[in-house]
Design a protein around this ligand. Structure first.
Ligand SMILES: Cc1ncc(COP(=O)(O)OP(=O)(O)O)c(N)n1
Ligand SMILES: Cc1ncsc1CCOP(=O)(O)O
Length: 791
């Protein structure tokens, strides 16, 4: 039976999402807003209640002539005569369900890999749910988060089948258009999106559904069609470059730089000299106003801090919503866990018109998706020219944007055309900021000329690199020091010439050629000498620098990156050292934002046998109880351990009543001191996924809590230790352990502080419930802080 999958509602009966409202009322409101399919998904109620609720829902969906599908339960679907079922990989098989259900029943199957999608297609499923698109707190036990890149690969693998496709996981109003746009493979697109919380938890489900319908009907404002290569593409482009430069000078675009502090001043001067208007603002909230100037945004993560990613995401959303260009320079993308995670979060969080980086950075960006097939996902440390060209092209194709891979030769591609640029001068490689400035310059040109992004970026690179050649040729330039002022002067000279309509500076200067890849077999991991691994997460190269030959110019020079990172490292060490020396009271140097999507609560060994030995045990238990109650309200995943339960007893009875529900992910007995046992490790997000914000309470601070924290930090997760929720037999151990863990990168904070950080906003749907809990427990909180805050 053909189904309209465009706006697929999946229900949820958990209190955090339903918020005390009647499910049928919520679903009816969503149907009025334009939902086209409803899936009844109930993980909490017993069979009897499920049958009764499904029957009521069916009355509602029939009124709107919309099919009702039942999640997991073929028996419930049969009992009420629903139009079909949705089955996961661990549920009844398609073949068995087909035997039991009526001939025309709709059967959908969850898939997260090419194999699963191909099997569901071959079996004859009506549609597949592809996911998980983005990490979501609605379902945390997902197999893998595959993003738009992974979805595109799956769509491509089943391109010849008419099977319906719908994406699920973390889809909301601000990303739905991007999901549909960037997931599209050349021959198959998604038929729709499946939504839980953005509709069911919305205050007005009808308005939410209407908004989705509107967004789904229209492409995102940043959508563009890549131009197919012309007969003599390089020459055709060159003919247009001078007029594009003139246009940029006339438009005088604003370029909003979220850039590393090492190069900020130089880059601002470069932008001024070419006739643009730079603003340096790392503050994400400011972007809502700044984007109204219709300039470009540059994200350069050279000196990343704990606050950077959330600020970048706010700014990217503002610019994406307005359709204004965003440039991403993933500086040092592969260097550390933190940077690799930042790449994953940013790639999942927004659209970039241009991604610009050296070979190592671009390879890391390529490898940031969980499911891959074509292109360079692993391989030797240095790619040859064709491989680089192909990497740039394949990433641009996948992301539907423009990619600039910098190196001895720059490769620029929009997924169709690939242009190699060989201008520039070795001095560029000797001056910090010259690589970063290319991102800013590109932003200026993208803001001024939107209809052909490749041409815009090419014009910027040529202006920049020819100015460098002119500057280096001056007889008074003796090295990088005297080169810098001369370079800024030459950029200004070209800008002045362009403003006066004088293009003579450009005649015969550009060294570019088109790279034709038609006859070269598409690069795959195996063609690079590595086994193809289309379904499992691909190991991404850890190398940081492009190791291209140094015989000619580096524009994104390894030494610049080294300098930036070394500087950042020195700054970090200096900051930390001075903090240890001065230790200002009540000042936390490390500022970290907990994202409501990622918190997890770890309860470490709060067992009966410790009751009499542990310092201030009752206060520890009261903090833990408060956190468990909040976790239930906010549906935060909870992981519990006990140490040698047979000998030391179970988790204390006071907490037992809070240890039920779908958010309780593990309750593991262990002998290891760390909570990161093999069982718990398996439940943690994959290394390439967004890290957890782990909140730890329990005992003993200096043993199990310490080892758990260090293990989590090592795996790239963020850790928040609640000062009012951890204790040891000897109280003095607490202070020593907490100081050590703070230095290791954990955040030492309090229960109340962390709860309000999770909420973030008094408008949060659970604000009233959580603030009510905080009020109710204010005396015990005071008691716990009274004894525990002196560390
Ligand atoms: C449309 C759609 N796609 C995927 C899912 C996930 O199903 P499953 O993997 O079985 O997980 P649960 O829903 O059972 O938690 C879905 N429900 N709907
Ligand atoms: C059921 C399911 N399967 C994969 S993610 C998911 C939940 C999606 O929920 P939301 O739309 O609230 O992110």
């Amino acid at each position: 039976m053909p189904v309209d999958l465009s706006l697929y509602l999946v229900t949820d009966s958990t209190p955090a999402i339903l918020k005390g409202r009647d499910l049928c009322t919520v679903v009816e409101s969503a149907l009025q807003g334009g939902v086209t399919v409803v899936q009844y998904r109930d993980k909490t109620n017993d069979t009897g209640v499920q049958v009764e609720t499904a029957r009521k829902l069916h009355q509602v969906t029939k009124k709107y002539n919309v099919p009702l599908l039942i999640n997991d339960r073929v028996d419930v679907a049969l009992a009420i005569g629903a139009e079909g079922v949705h089955l996961g990989q661990d549920d009844m098989s398609f073949i068995e369900a087909k035997k039991l259900l009526p001939e025309n029943a709709i059967i959908g199957i969850s898939t997260s890999s090419i194999e699963e999608a191909r099997k569901a297609t071959a079996d004859g499923a009506d549609y597949i749910g592809i996911g998980t698109m983005f990490a979501t707190s609605t379902k945390t036990n997902t197999k893998s988060v595959i993003g738009t890149a992974g979805t595109q690969v799956i769509l491509d693998a089943i391109k010849d089948s008419p099977i319906g496709t719908v994406s699920i996981g973390g889809i909301n109003h601000s990303n739905v258009q991007r999901v549909l746009y960037q997931s599209q493979s050349p021959k198959k697109a998604l038929d729709g999106v499946a939504i839980v919380s953005a509709i069911v938890a919305a205050d007005d489900p009808k308005a939410s559904a209407e908004h989705f319908v509107e967004l789904i009907r229209n492409p995102p404002r940043f959508a563009q069609v890549s131009n197919p290569p012309r007969a003599n593409e390089a020459e055709a482009l060159l003919n247009e470059v001078p007029q594009i430069i003139r246009k940029m000078v006339e438009v005088h675009p604003l370029v909003h730089n979220m850039i590393n502090f090492v190069v900020s001043n130089f880059v601002a001067n470069v932008a001024l000299s070419i006739g643009a208007s730079p603003i340096m603002s790392p503050y994400g909230d400011e972007a809502t106003d700044l984007c109204k100037f219709d300039g470009a945004l540059l994200i350069n993560m050279g000196t990343l801090t704990s606050e950077s990613v959330s600020n970048y995401l706010k700014a990217i959303t503002a610019y994406n919503d307005r359709g204004n260009p965003v440039v991403y320079d993933p500086v040092g993308a592969a260097a550390t866990h933190i940077r690799r995670n930042a790449v994953t979060q940013l790639m999942a969080g927004g659209y970039f018109d241009l991604i610009k980086g050296n070979e190592g950075e671009i390879r890391q960006v390529w490898g940031s998706s969980a499911v891959q097939q074509r292109g360079v996902d692993s391989g030797p440390s240095t790619l040859d020219g064709n491989q680089k060209a192909m990497l740039a092209r394949d990433l641009a194709r996948r992301e539907r944007n423009v990619v600039l891979l910098t190196g001895a030769t720059d490769y620029l591609s929009d997924g169709e055309r690939v242009i190699a640029v060989e201008n520039g001068h070795p001095y560029l490689g000797q001056v910090t900021g010259t690589g970063c400035a290319i991102g800013t310059i590109s932003g200026c040109f993208l803001a001024a000329h939107r209809s052909d992004r490749l041409l815009a970026v090419l014009s910027g690179i040529l202006m920049y690199e020819i100015a460098a050649e002119n500057a280096a040729a001056k007889e008074y330039v003796r090295g990088p020091g005297s080169f810098v002022p001369s370079f800024v002067d030459e950029l200004y000279a070209i800008r002045t010439a362009a403003a006066n309509g004088d293009d003579s500076w450009f005649a015969g200067r550009a060294k570019i050629h088109e790279v034709k890849l038609d006859n070269v077999k598409p690069t795959t991991s195996s063609s690079l000498g590595f086994p193809a691994s289309p379904t499992s997460p691909i190991p991404v190269p850890r190398q940081f620098f492009s190791s291209t030959s140094t015989t000619r110019t580096f524009y994104t020079n390894p030494s610049i990156l080294t300098y930036n990172l070394v500087t950042a490292a020195i700054m970090a060490v200096t900051t930390r050292a001075s903090r240890i020396r001065k230790k200002p009271p009540n000042v936390t140097m490390q500022v970290t934002n907990i994202k409501p999507g990622n918190p997890a609560l770890f309860i470490c060994d709060i067992q009966d046998k410790f009751r009499n030995g542990i310092y201030e045990f009752p206060n520890l238990v009261s903090t833990t109880e408060k956190m468990l109650r909040a976790a239930s309200t906010l549906q935060i995943p909870v992981f519990i351990t006990t140490q040698n339960r047979a000998k030391l007893g179970n988790t204390v009875p006071e907490l037992q009543q809070h240890l039920n529900g779908p958010h309780i992910r593990a309750d593991v007995d262990k002998t290891l001191f760390s909570m990161i046992t093999p069982e718990i490790e398996k439940l943690l997000p994959a290394p390439d996924s967004a890290p957890l914000d782990v909140i730890i309470v329990g005992i003993e601070t200096h043993i199990c809590v310490t080892q758990t924290t260090l293990d989590l930090l090592e795996r790239g997760h963020r850790v928040y230790i609640l000062v009012d929720g951890v204790s040891s037999i000897n109280p003095e151990e607490r202070g020593i352990a907490l100081a050590r863990l703070r230095d290791a990168g954990a955040v030492v904070t309090s229960s109340e502080s962390v709860l309000f950080e999770i909420l973030g906003d008094a408008a949060h749907e659970s604000f009233r419930a959580v603030s009510g809990l905080v009020k109710e427990t204010k005396e015990t909180t005071k008691g716990a802080l009274g004894v525990f805050s002196k560390i």
